[in-house]
Design a protein around this ligand. Structure first.
Ligand SMILES: C[S@@+](CC[C@H](N)C(=O)[O-])C[C@H]1O[C@@H](n2cnc3c(N)ncnc32)[C@H](O)[C@@H]1O
Length: 242
């Protein structure tokens, strides 16, 4: 199935230099993010036996869970081949069962489905988000668990209009980082992050549909969730639901 969106683009693109720099970049731009604490709060006292990371990228958050003492079996949904390979090869989080889409996940004991940094929104519209959320609801319900998802907040991204360039130190040298956000009529947004140091160039382009806190709540309700909590957290709406 083609992943191209309405703009005829792959909604998520990273070149190989960006894949290599991704973890360090995130650590540098968002050093205090407490994903482990947030997920811990969502599940309560014990980690469930099986956990699914939706749009796991490099496995950044799974590695943090392991380092914090979590011994659960990990599943990941990751369509990008370079990131999927990083996940499968990583001994720290092994064994991790990586699939390239949600419908390929067949485990029935998953007690936590989580998604950090908005991976659920690389789709072409509201209906596609509700479809994914409905599948997540099915997984969570069969494992008597919860989901904890961060969705790009329209409140945060509507405020960004001008491109922004700042120096950033990564991989032992200084880069110029530019963030450019383009808004489209139907609510879609393309956010492009570029890093340049003269010879080297890294780029990540993300086309997503940011949503408001109110819409986020409606989407979860439409996908059959009953206990829904949504709170704005920086550039994302954090939702915990079951
Ligand atoms: C910004 S990265 C976030 C990675 C990770 N969650 C983190 O917190 O670092 C977004 C990830 O979502 C993945 N992705 C793109 N389209 C997706 C889809 N349709 N379903 C699941 N994941 C997707 C991308 O390949 C990428 O690895």
């Amino acid at each position: 199935m083609s992943r191209l969106n309405k703009l005829n683009q792959d909604p998520f693109y990273c070149n190989t230099t960006m894949v290599k720099l991704y973890d360090e970049l995130m650590e540098t731009v968002d050093p205090d993010v407490d994903h482990v604490g947030w997920l811990r709060g969502a599940v309560g006292s014990d980690w469930p036996r099986e956990i699914l990371d939706y749009g796991a990228g490099s496995g950044r958050v799974l590695k943090k869970l392991r380092r914090s003492g979590c011994t659960s079996t990990f599943h990941a949904v990751e369509p990008d081949e370079s990131f999927a390979k990083l996940l499968s090869d990583d001994s720290e989080i092994a064994p991790v069962h990586v699939e390239n889409n949600l419908s390929a996940i067949d485990a029935t004991n998953i007690g936590l489905v989580f998604c950090t940094y908005g991976s659920l929104q690389y789709v072409s519209g509201i209906e596609a988000i509700v479809e994914e959320l409905t599948d997540i609801h099915r997984i969570v319900e069969s494992g008597s668990g919860v989901c904890a998802l961060e969705l790009f907040s329209s409140e945060a991204y509507d405020e960004i209009e001008e491109p922004m360039t700042v120096p950033i130190y990564l991989a032992d040298k200084m880069w110029q980082m530019t963030l450019n956000v383009e808004h489209f009529d139907d609510g879609l947004m393309t956010s492009t992050t570029e890093l340049r140091d003269g010879e080297e160039f890294a780029v990540m382009r993300e086309t997503v549909l940011p949503v408001s806190v109110e819409t986020t709540r409606d989407l979860f309700a439409e996908a059959n969730f009953q206990n829904i909590s949504v709170k704005r957290h920086g550039a994302y709406n954090r939702c915990v639901a079951s």
